[in-house]
Design a binder for this molecule. Structure first.
Ligand code: ADP
Ligand code: MG
Length: 218
């Protein structure tokens, strides 16, 4: 399907049928999707992400808050160009981005569902982040919901904060947990970890970081 036709479907069938609300700055956006032709594939802190079977190679990321972040994400994608660890930006407006679909599951969902995470995924992400640094970007906010694995390969799906300054420890923390806890103890048994436990770790981690940042220790 041509991109022009896809964009008109976004404008006529998707945007009027979705409602994005933000209950708290610490929780992801809430997506209400009343469209029958568009499916919700994910949501994050800023946006809902949707797909349509008429073009299974694309997704639309619709921003529900902070439209300035969208402009920055566009600039980041322009700098990234084409790299195998990232999606690709095909088109945009002032409220959404049309991106290449990465068909897989987030590392967060892999933990919840007990899907084993191979080391190749971690290595792909590391390579992708190194590439981002080589084009002058600063990998930021790379965590379990912003990384997708598909057929044993790793992809960074959310680059909206790569323009920020300073050091973000999230990916290094995740990697430490992968090598110290996940690989030696958890991976072998493929356990499915209940959603509330993984989400509880995520929330606890955010509070912990907030506390230490305030105390000036991080
Ligand atoms: N290109 C993509 N292909 C497939 N799924 C995606 C893609 N981009 C995002 N997603 C899904 O949508 C979710 C939210 O997208 P994300 O870019 O992280 O939004 P936010 O900036 O709001 O955090 C992701 O966790 C992932 O599940
Ligand atoms: Mg995200």
């Amino acid at each position: 399907m041509q991109i022009g036709k896809y964009i008109s479907l976004i404008e006529t069938e998707l945007l009027p049928q979705i409602f994005l609300t933000t209950p708290s700055p610490f929780d992801p956006i809430i997506v209400e999707n009343r469209s029958s032709s568009w499916k919700t594939v994910g949501s994050g802190n800023y946006a809902g992400v949707f797909s349509n079977d008429l073009n299974p190679l694309l997704v639309v990321k619709v921003y529900g808050r902070d439209p300035d972040e969208l402009k920055k994400e566009i600039e980041v994608y322009k700098k990234l160009g084409d790299h195998k660890a990232y999606s690709h930006l095909y088109a945009y407006s002032d409220s959404y981005l049309v991106l290449k679909k990465i068909d897989g599951i987030t590392l967060f969902d892999a933990l919840v569902k007990g899907v084993p995470i191979p080391e190749s995924v971690i290595e792909d992400i590391d390579n992708g982040l190194e590439y981002a640094r080589s084009v002058g970007l600063n990998p930021f906010d790379v965590h379990g919901k912003n990384v997708v694995m598909s057929n044993g390969r790793g992809y960074i799906v959310d680059v909206s904060d790569f323009y920020k300054q300073g050091y973000c420890s999230k990916w290094d923390d995740l990697k430490k947990a992968y090598y110290k806890i996940y690989r030696p103890f958890l991976k072998k048994y493929h356990p499915s970890i209940p959603f509330y436990v993984v989400d509880g770790i995520r929330k606890g981690y955010r509070l912990y970081r907030k506390f230490f940042r305030k105390a000036g220790k991080m």
